[in-house]
Design a protein around this ligand. Structure first.
Ligand code: NAD
Length: 260
């Protein structure tokens, strides 16, 4: 098993890619702290893992709150006896408009894409050092690699995540802590639906959400949105020893969307 005996945290693990990752990591032998603000979703995912013979502990947390962002690290490490990896996956699309920007939506996007990553990482570093190293993984986006016309503020946030990731990879390499990010293209989760039809997104008011998703997928060379499990596969690689010489990498998993 590729994560045998490892202990890790997955944020936004109640749905979509985070859920797929938590299930997969547990199948590969990890003990997983399943973190989400949605208590029912946390319980569902923990039950799925345990019924399949895996180990998980559920942690209900609002990651906009710094205390919660730190607590998820301490709770997981205390329950299982240490910490080897964190997949900091939570995020938010933020506002679409720049002229007339919705500042409350801006704050939400910056808190959930950037601030929580920094706070959680701050709490995780000493725990990883105690084990002689480990792996940190952040979720950026293709919008953190190329500009997103529809989401300049989201691009600002996800470029920020990738910048933090690269700087931290340099800083933590001597501690044997690898730091990478995953950059998904459009992935078939509830968030994709939030993304394509935001209240301040001009031109989408009268278009059906499924049509907007179809338009989005037509810009993906492989011609479809990705599946959460396809992101979980890449996350598993980056968190496992198979990636033991990989650090500072922003890995696109996007059906070719950033190839051109
Ligand atoms: N879906 C896409 O197309 C896509 C593409 C690129 C990047 N991303 C990134 O992926 C991540 C989202 O993943 P998804 O698409 O699997 O989403 P999803 O909609 O399936 O799940 C999001 C989860 O986040 C949880 N959540 C929301 N606010 C929270 C908070 N304050 N504290 C804790 N949990 C909270 C929700 O309860 C939900 O379970 C984000 O970082 C997003 O920017 C998504």
């Amino acid at each position: 098993m590729r994560l045998d005996g490892r202990i890790g945290v997955v944020t936004a693990a109640g749905s979509g890619m985070g859920r797929a990752g938590a299930l997969r990591f547990a199948r590969e032998g990890a003990s997983v702290g399943v973190v989400d603000v949605n208590a029912e979703a946390v319980e569902r995912v923990v039950t799925e893992i345990v019924e399949a013979g895996g180990r998980a502990t559920g942690i209900v947390a609002d990651l906009r709150q710094d205390d919660d962002a730190r607590r998820i690290i301490d709770e997981t490490a205390d329950v299982f006896g240490g910490l080897d990896f964190v997949w900091n996956h939570v995020g938010h699309p933020g506002p679409a408009a720049v002229e007339g920007v919705d500042w409350a939506a801006y704050e939400l996007a910056m808190d959930l894409n950037v601030r929580t990553v920094i706070v959680t990482t701050e709490a995780a570093i000493p725990r990883l050092r105690e084990r002689g190293g480990g792996a940190l993984l952040f979720t950026a986006s293709v919008s953190g690699l190329i500009g997103s016309r529809m989401s300049p503020i989201y691009s600002a946030a996800k470029f920020g995540v990738n910048g933090f990731m690269k700087a931290l990879a340099l800083r933590l390499a001597p501690d044997n802590i690898r730091v990478n990010s995953i950059c998904p293209g459009p992935i078939d989760t509830p968030m994709l639906r939030v993304f394509v039809k935001r209240p301040d997104q001009k031109g989408t008011e009268d278009v059906d959400v499924e049509d907007l998703i179809y338009q989005r997928q037509s810009r993906v060379p492989m011609g479809r949105p990705g599946k959460p499990e396809e992101i979980a596969n890449a996350a598993l690689f980056l968190l496992s020893d198979e990636a033991s010489f990989v650090t500072g990498v922003a890995l696109p998993v996007d059906g070719g969307a950033t190839a051109g």
